[in-house]
Write a protein that binds this ligand. Structure first.
Ligand SMILES: NC(=O)C1=CN([C@@H]2O[C@H](COP(=O)(O)OP(=O)(O)OC[C@H]3O[C@@H](n4cnc5c(N)ncnc54)[C@H](OP(=O)(O)O)[C@@H]3O)[C@@H](O)[C@H]2O)[C@@H](O)CC1
Ligand SMILES: [K+]
Length: 515
């Protein structure tokens, strides 16, 4: 399923409206009705009886959705206090029409930047944040209102529903515009979005701000504009096929994972086991002489080959069956400098992680000039910033206008620059290919696995990807599938996970996938 930007969403809307399939007014009516349905689905206690809501409407179509929600709740017998930011006569047409319908029934008060005292009621007030959605173009300046919505969302007794996006958060990037303190930012218990999830629901702080996410179908047929290439979420039905065809072990590829020196082989061993578990036919650890005994004592199914230097790697790579390489985990800077160029010169599908990336921090272009389209770089944000400092800077700088630079933009720009697949790790792992395709593996909301932030987890991910590459899966799909399986293994194990536990979860995860 696509993850859209604001521009891609409005292109989808335009495509269907221009084709005469739907009108803006119909979309707004469905968005409002869908929001009410999502609220009642989340809180069934609100379905019966009359309750009270404070609805905050903004100056655009997000506000228009708010008027629809107010009208539908009032029709259910609710008491509504509705506030509008800006002038009714400046509302865009569909929002204006819904404002007028609301006026037949209720009051509109002017929203000012002061805390709103909800009228005393028996029971609670439901807050509806319909101030800004995908049209947020500059920082949210009603700081008292933002503070109040944030506090209400954090208060377990009070419910806040954000329409499309908690106002003030950029729906492309999941970043807050401007530099308000965390407690002066809006938040929600439930965010209801339309058609497709927006990238900002998944990226950066978006999930924390949104609380829980509900997606409502509003009958748009076009995913986005024809020819657009939005990011896609990695989901079970989009995984690269991981089931094995019957055949000899050599039909499933042979991965070579290079280790560091004595006492530093653990990371590469984790990678090698992951590559084997995900189904590479054979996996060999390339070990310097001094570490041979150490590795031999630990590994049984993984093979071992002495690789002291670039020359030895060249010799090893004379075997055409070695079709995937993994360099970086525990490799050490010296070995990285020696082995990475030789590995890349071979043209093999290659995963570069950890030391294989940081070794080139002083002169990233020296690395980039050797990369090719079958390489996958797997940096975390720190490693990414060393290789792509200017791109990382765009993500660090406080955004003053919307839409803000996102992690999708960053990974895409990095991939185009270096000519390889770039997997930027995080709870929102973004994987970009040089041709502009982007996958996002979301470990947020119900897939959140904070315990996956543990030593060696990244080494396992690198190995999973190397194993999938060995099996002939294309780099972008191998990286996306590896990242998805990695999170699934962590979910299956649960808290208390250490990196050694991940691979043991893989058979169960694969079984559940029907592999
Ligand atoms: N697309 C679709 O298919 C559908 C869209 N739908 C709904 O429409 C929403 C998008 O509507 P939208 O484009 O009118 O944008 P919206 O978020 O209401 O804000 C724009 C207004 O806010 C203003 N403004 C911005 N920032 C500001 C600030 N900090 N402080 C003050 N003002 C600020 C901005 O001013 P401007 O930048 O023009 O000066 C403009 O006036 C979308 O999220 C969804 O809820 C649904 O009905 C279903 C179908
Ligand atoms: K909103």
């Amino acid at each position: 399923m696509e993850l859209l930007t604001a521009a891609e969403m409005s292109a989808a809307e335009r495509t269907d409206i221009e084709a005469g399939r739907v009108t803006g007014a119909e979309l707004m009516a469905r968005a409002g009705a869908g929001t009410v349905d999502a609220v009642l689905a989340k809180w069934p206690d609100l379905a019966a009886g009359a309750h009270r809501a404070v609805v905050l409407c903004g100056p655009g179509n997000n506000g228009g959705d708010g008027f629809v929600v107010a009208r539908l709740l009032a029709a259910r017998g609710w008491t509504i206090d509705l506030y509008l930011l800006g002038r009714a006569d400046a509302l865009p047409p569909d929002a204006r029409a819904n404002h007028d319908l609301w006026r037949e029934r209720g009051e509109v008060r002017a929203l000012e930047d002061a805390a709103i005292a909800p009228p005393a009621v028996d029971g609670e007030v439901l807050w509806i944040d319909a101030l800004f959605g995908t049209g947020l173009s500059r920082p949210f300046t009603l700081s008292a209102v933002a503070r109040q919505l944030g506090a209400a969302a954090r208060d377990p007794e009070t419910r806040v529903v954000a329409i499309d996006m908690p106002s003030g958060w950029c729906s492309d990037s999941g970043r807050w515009l401007g530099d308000a303190a965390p407690e002066a930012r809006t938040a929600a218990d439930l965010t209801v979005t339309f058609h497709r999830r927006k990238a900002g629901h998944i990226l950066s702080d978006g999930p924390t701000a949104c609380g829980q996410l509900a997606r409502v179908d509003i009958g748009l047929e076009a995913a986005t504009a024809p020819g657009a290439r939005p990011a896609r979420l990695v989901e079970p039905d989009t995984l690269a096929a991981v089931s094995k065809r019957p055949g000899h072990k050599y039909d499933h590829g042979h991965a070579l994972v290079l280790t560091g020196g004595a006492g530093r082989t653990g990371a590469a061993r984790l990678s090698a086991r992951a590559a084997l578990r995900i189904g590479a036919g054979l996996v060999t650890l390339g070990v310097p002489g001094a570490a041979q005994l150490e590795v031999a004592m630990h590994e049984t199914a993984v093979m071992l080959r002495r690789v002291d230097d670039a020359e030895a790697l060249d010799t090893a790579l004379e075997d055409p069956r070695l079709n995937s390489l993994c360099l970086g985990p525990g490799l050490g800077s010296e070995r990285a400098h020696a082995l990475v160029p030789a590995a890349l010169a071979s043209g093999r599908a290659t995963v570069l992680d950890a030391d294989a990336l940081t070794a080139f921090a002083d002169a990233p272009d020296r690395l980039f000039s050797k990369l090719h389209a079958r390489c996958v770089l797997t940096p975390h944000m720190g490693e990414f910033a060393r290789l792509f400092p200017d791109i990382a800077e765009d993500l660090k700088r406080t955004p003053e206008s919307g839409p803000a630079a996102s992690r999708i933009d960053a990974a895409r720009a990095a991939s185009v620059r270096c000519g390889a697949v770039v997997l930027l790790k995080g709870a929102d792992t973004v994987i970009a290919a040089p041709d502009g395709r982007v996958l996002v593996n979301a470990a947020v909301y119900e897939r959140s696995v904070p315990w996956l932030a543990t030593a060696g987890a990244g080494d396992t991910l690198a190995g999973l990807i190397a194993g999938l590459l060995a099996r002939g899966i294309a780099p972008l799909e191998a990286a996306g599938t590896g990242a998805w399986l990695h999170v699934e293994c962590a979910r299956r194990f649960g808290p208390g996970l250490i990196a050694e536990d991940l691979c043991g979860m893989l058979p169960g995860v694969l079984r559940e996938l029907g592999v």
